[in-house]
Write a protein that binds this ligand. Structure first.
Ligand code: UD2
Length: 260
């Protein structure tokens, strides 16, 4: 049922670690008393949002364990202070996570969204799923019908069929709409759960710095139909700078280039 999400002021990462003794190195987990057929990788694009990350892990680990999934949490950290590129980081996350395990479901997850109900099941469906249809920041309604921001869930096959996500959106905005168009062009019906409690998320906004608005996003969006087959997983270039196995997550720091 519902999870009462609060943000305890004195929470430390050490405390979150103590509360999750069964999590294996790198933020991986296997249910100790059953064999799960679900292998879910949670991919989180990240830079300078440590406080959000701490609260997310505080809620996400016990939440996923209650669902008895095999899971792993991957933080894809963009190196340097060039303009952020959420979708490209998600592509990197997919590629790096698949090198480690045969995941059968990928959850692409903003760092500041916390599930508010246990009926948000972190497994994949027959169709790509928008897994944050009701967020407190939008008063639990979608801002528009095709909105695809926040949290989404795709199987590796679904993801590869749409050539992953675009690499070319630097800064805030547009990439989520591009992904929605790709889904349509790959002939997928988008799955949006109908029961609101299935996908509700609390947004942890607040102190973080604003991502630079991407001014050319509408120009790119207008061309998605022509570009999606060339821009995506098949054109992804990056350099892994480090990979660290922390207690509650795997951190992969990457150089993904710049928009210059
Ligand atoms: C909204 C969407 C997001 C995406 C974005 C447009 C929601 C809840 N989220 O995000 O999915 O579509 O609009 O690009 O509707 N991040 C960092 N460091 C940064 C910048 C971004 O870690 O400096 C990551 C982080 O995981 C964050 C995500 O990117 O949650 C989205 O960025 P945001 O929180 O700045 O933007 P927001 O909430 O408007």
């Amino acid at each position: 049922g519902p999870i009462h999400v609060t943000f305890p002021a004195k929470l430390t990462m050490e405390e979150v670690e103590r509360k999750n003794p069964l999590v294996l190195e790198g933020g991986k987990y296997r249910p100790p008393d059953c064999q799960s057929t679900h292998w879910t990788a949670v991919i989180i694009p990240h830079r300078s949002r440590e406080i959000h990350l701490k609260y997310l892990l505080y809620y996400l680990h016990p939440f996923l364990q209650r669902q008895q999934l095999n899971y792993g949490i991957y933080i894809i950290h963009q190196a340097g202070d060039y303009t952020f590129n959420r979708a490209k980081l998600l592509n990197v996350g997919f590629k790096e996570a698949m090198k480690e395990e045969d995941w059968n479901c990928m959850f692409f997850h903003d760092v500041d969204l916390i599930p508010e109900d246990d009926r948000n099941v972190y497994t994949c469906d027959r169709y790509p799923k928008h897994a944050s249809i009701a967020m407190d920041k939008f008063r639990y309604k979608l801002p528009y019908k095709t909105y695809f921001g926040g949290v989404s869930a795709l199987t590796p096959d679904q993801y590869l069929k749409m050539n992953g996500f675009p690499n070319t959106y630097w800064g805030w905005g547009g990439e989520d709409d591009d992904i929605a168009v790709r889904l349509h062009l790959s002939h997928y019906v988008l799955f949006k759960p109908t029961h609101i409690h299935n996908q509700i998320q609390k947004n942890l906004s607040g102190t973080s710095t604003r991502n630079k608005l991407y001014c050319y996003r509408f120009n790119l969006l207008a061309k998605t139909r022509r570009t999606w087959k060339q821009d995506g997983m098949n054109s992804l270039e990056y350099r892994v700078l480090s990979k660290e196995y922390h207690r509650l997550f795997t951190n992969i720091t990457v150089d993904i280039g710049t928009d210059k």
